[in-house]
Design a protein around this ligand. Structure first.
Ligand SMILES: *[C@@H]1O[C@H](CO)[C@@H](O)[C@H](O)[C@H]1NC(C)=O
Ligand SMILES: *[C@@H]1O[C@H](CO)[C@@H](O)[C@H](O)[C@H]1NC(C)=O
Length: 367
């Protein structure tokens, strides 16, 4: 058990998602010594890998567009090289606590390949595990009563086993829409809950917009693309799919919410092969009750409800920064603890967080 090494370092960054990399890039520019620990085997793992086997076209990931850092997924490797970011992959953070005698963060990490344990002692700890970490299934009334299958979209592989089954997809983002489409192709009796306002675009519209965005302001691109979408899809409100007032790319920037890239689900909805349902008010043994009072029977519910971060599982001294359920209180905690990219401010939020954190570290620099 004496099989571990120890290293002193100025800063430990946990997570090599977009936030972790931007923070590390900012620190490297200032010549501040840092290490990025990532349990997966590549950067921005969730963007690259958390799509199921049939479709890999969450385009939203490719046009992740960062004004300050000019980062796009296909440029990610260049970005990583340019700023000399060297994440330690397949390195899982198992336990972190503040050692007040040493005045250091003690980070216990495990190399998932070799099983080797490494301890880091750092002055600062930056959590950049992202908001999307573990499949999130909301606590819905009656969910524990349901006798059918309940899964999260990240565990969905294919619609094959749902042939002739009644399946409810909860969540109308890209994952939800793609899964509904896939299910319907496998002749499952598919319904989808649409509660939030969404923009629906085609892949071509997104490509067009990406070109236009090089030359035109977002507001203008939004207007053009919204017209194009309206022409293509007609009246989505009639299909019970409400649209935001704000344009598709403005929403992406301000709220971090990507437009839904239609892969065919809208046609299926128009044909009545996928049924759109309102919010859920109750879940019973075999049925679900909806906000409009209707009750339908289901064999399975698939939650395409996103991901949730859970640093409180391994971080002992989190109370200055998170509530017990992982809700963020503050981007800056005690003893040099920071959170990057949890702010739900979308794309600019990532850069703003990184800049605020590095500025703060510069000023309190014990390093
Ligand atoms: C995730 O995706 C990357 C890039 O496409 C690939 O190199 C890596 O092996 C994938 N990892 C897993 C676990 O699928
Ligand atoms: C983890 O262990 C493997 C096998 O010994 C080694 O090749 C790899 O470089 C180690 N990873 C890190 C991040 O140190």
């Amino acid at each position: 058990m004496a099989n571990f090494t120890k290293e002193e370092i100025d800063i430990v960054v946990v997570g090599a998602g977009p936030s972790g990399m931007v923070v590390s890039a900012c620190l490297n520019k200032l010549g501040i010594n840092n290490v990025v620990l990532e349990k997966q085997d590549c950067c921005a793992y969730l963007w690259k890998n958390k799509t199921y086997d049939r479709l890999h076209l969450h385009l939203s990931k490719d046009f992740f567009h960062c004004h300050l850092c000019h980062m796009q997924l296909h440029h990610l490797n260049e970005y990583v090289e340019h700023f000399n970011i060297k994440p330690k992959f397949q390195t899982c953070v198992e336990l972190v606590f503040y050692n007040s005698a040493e005045k250091k963060w003690n980070v216990k990490s495990r190399n998932l390949t070799s099983g080797e344990i490494k301890l880091y002692a750092s002055d600062f700890l930056i959590l950049a595990t992202g908001e999307n970490n573990e499949g999130y299934i909301p606590k819905m009334v009656g969910i524990e009563n349901f006798k059918g299958e309940i899964i999260h979209s990240s565990d969905y592989r294919s619609g094959e086993k749902y042939k002739d089954k009644k399946v409810l997809v909860v969540g109308s983002g890209n994952s939800g829409m793609e899964i509904a489409f896939d299910l319907s192709n496998y002749e499952s009796h598919t319904s989808i809950v649409v509660r939030s306002q969404i923009h629906v675009l085609t892949r071509e519209m997104v490509y067009t917009a990406m070109l236009l965005l090089k030359y035109l302001p977002i507001s203008l691109v939004d207007t053009v693309i919204a017209k194009y979408a309206k022409f293509k899809f007609r009246n989505l409100a009639e299909l019970e799919i409400p649209q935001p007032e704000e344009g598709p790319f403005s929403v992406k920037i301000s709220k971090g919410r990507s437009p839904v890239i239609d892969v065919g689900a809208i046609d299926k909805i128009k044909l009545g092969h996928i049924k759109v349902l309102p919010g859920i008010s109750d879940i019973k043994e075999h049925t679900v009750v909806f906000d409009n009072g209707d009750e339908h029977q289901f064999d399975a519910i698939i939650f395409a409800t996103g991901y949730k971060n859970i640093p409180t599982k391994w971080l002992k001294d989190y109370s200055s920064i998170f509530l017990e359920d992982g809700t963020l209180i503050n981007w800056k905690g005690e003893n040099g603890l920071y959170c990057a990219g949890f702010s739900k401010r979308g794309v600019p939020g990532i850069s703003m967080d990184a800049i605020a954190i590095t500025d703060d570290i510069k000023t309190v620099q014990k390093v």
